[in-house]
Design a protein around this ligand. Structure first.
Ligand SMILES: Cc1cc2nc3c(=O)[nH]c(=O)nc-3n(C[C@H](O)[C@H](O)[C@H](O)COP(=O)(O)OP(=O)(O)OC[C@H]3O[C@@H](n4cnc5c(N)ncnc54)[C@H](O)[C@@H]3O)c2cc1C
Ligand code: SF4
Ligand code: SF4
Ligand code: SF4
Length: 388
């Protein structure tokens, strides 16, 4: 079964009527599945109530503090049905790169987006289209923090979407489970804060994020943790790795490459890391060199193409200046087709080779599969035994 976010709009259960620590105990802890990764404990504390503690293999649960938010159950990677359910819903095991309705390469038709975009500006163009046509009220995006830091924020206008255009190569806090699946803690914390600020909000949202963010949003939607059910569009990015924030790691990067962080004006992630320096020079660093410096959790992550997104976007497979587009769900297909028809974007084939669609698709598929294999191998070298 493949459900896009839009058609998956009927939540399994509203918040608080869903599963919580009782079910986690019954399905995971008492059945010996718990790996003591602490995701449930950390998330419970991060969300406020601190109803859970884990010490030397023993859980302490304070039911008086528990708000029945369901987060502990939503983030536990060992819930037996959850992973299979997601794979089934999004047909994510269909191929190495997940389920695909079609693959293409495209570029925005907006000059201001093009000027700031990471690649072809397709993420921002699709968001503009969703906003202009009243399909969303806002989007959860990443901006600022120089070339590195992603700071999540809510964009409500075209201008705010434009502010997020481009690539911040850093990552939010994440948590690897040891099976190639990574939960993005920043995303959960941000979405929960949004919900707490306005629990009655009916705003319809889109989100753009890396594979760990995409997976996290889908897990929250799976059991109805607010406000995930209001997210009707998930645009996933390809991601081989994110660059570290950490000064020590940057020093190692500088020693290995001779390049200094303060001299970098733009970062692009393709089959290699492409750095535009402030003096206009372009420097290329192979991803394996960059991986020496990547965050530990990124080295354990096996999803390159955001398999659970409605539409996945990246550079690999396209000419410079274009975005590779992997349309996965029915909602994603309608979104791409209507935005194209409405003149928000243009396909590479329309500009260069009308009859070359099949060749383009097969080139993209090949490159994405190859990059996915590299990422899985990297994770395996770091001791990860991927799920599925
Ligand atoms: C950390 C990271 C690693 C990546 N690695 C690869 C790779 O190895 N190979 C590859 O082909 N592509 C990679 N990408 C995707 C690529 O860099 C572009 O984001 C993608 O091609 C979309 O480009 P665009 O011009 O269509 O997007 P734009 O229209 O420029 O919009 C970019 C969108 O990305 C979001 N964004 C920017 N930075 C972040 C961030 N750190 N976290 C979450 N969202 C963010 C913004 O909110 C914005 O909405 C990576 C992206 C990120 C964020
Ligand atoms: S407050 Fe939420 S995360 Fe904490 S135990 Fe209760 S349901 Fe789980
Ligand atoms: S989230 Fe981690 S610590 Fe909590 S029950 Fe699941 S496996 Fe155990
Ligand atoms: S490599 Fe994985 S964990 Fe790291 S930022 Fe990318 S998707 Fe997230």
């Amino acid at each position: 079964m493949i459900e896009g976010t839009a058609e998956a709009g009927s939540p399994r259960a509203p918040e608080s009527a869903t599963k919580g620590f009782g079910e986690l105990e019954a399905e995971v802890i008492r059945t010996g599945r718990c790996t003591e990764c602490r995701a449930c404990v950390d998330l419970c504390a991060a969300d406020g109530p601190e109803a859970l503690e884990l010490d030397l293999g023993t859980f302490t649960f304070d039911s008086d503090r528990c708000t029945s938010c369901g987060l502990c159950y939503a983030v536990c990677p060992e819930v037996p049905w959850a992973w299979e359910d997601l794979l089934d819903r999004y047909d994510a095991s269909a191929s190495e790169i997940g389920h695909t309705r079609f693959l293409t390469s495209a570029v925005t038709r907006s000059a201001p987006i093009k000027e700031r975009s990471a690649d072809g500006g397709i993420a921002s163009s699709l968001l503009w289209y969703l906003l202009d046509t009243g399909q969303i009220d806002a989007a959860v995006l990443s901006r600022n923090g120089g070339v590195l830091g992603p700071n999540l924020f809510v964009a409500r206008t075209r201008e705010e979407i434009l502010q997020a255009t481009g690539l911040r190569a850093g990552r939010g806090a994440s948590l690897a489970t040891g099976a190639g699946v990574v939960t993005n803690l920043d995303t959960i914390a941000f979405l929960r804060t949004l919900h707490k600020k306005d629990p009655t909000s009916q705003d319809r949202l889109a989100i753009v994020g890396t594979p760990c963010q995409t997976y996290t949003v889908r897990r929250m939607q799976q059991i109805g943790v607010a406000p995930a059910m209001r997210i009707n569009t998930v645009l996933g990015l390809f991601c081989y790795e994110a660059l570290p924030f950490n000064k020590v790691q940057w020093q190692r990067f500088e020693e290995a490459t001779g390049l200094h962080m303060e001299d970098i004006s733009k970062v692009q992630m393709r089959e290699e890391l492409v750095l535009t320096m402030k003096d206009g020079r372009t420097k290329r660093v192979d991803l394996d060199t960059a991986s020496l410096l990547a965050a530990a959790n990124c080295l354990r992550c096996t999803d390159f193409t955001s398999r659970f997104a409605d539409v996945s976007l990246g550079a690999v497979g396209s000419d410079t200046g274009f975005t590779t587009v992997v349309v996965r769900t029915e909602h994603g297909r309608t979104l791409f087709d209507t935005a194209l028809e409405a003149g928000y974007l243009t396909e590479w084939t329309a500009l260069f080779d009308e009859s070359g669609r099949a060749r383009l698709e097969s080139r993209i598929r090949e490159r994405l599969a190859e990059q996915t294999r590299r990422k899985v191998e990297l994770a395996q070298r770091s001791g990860t035994k991927p799920r599925d």
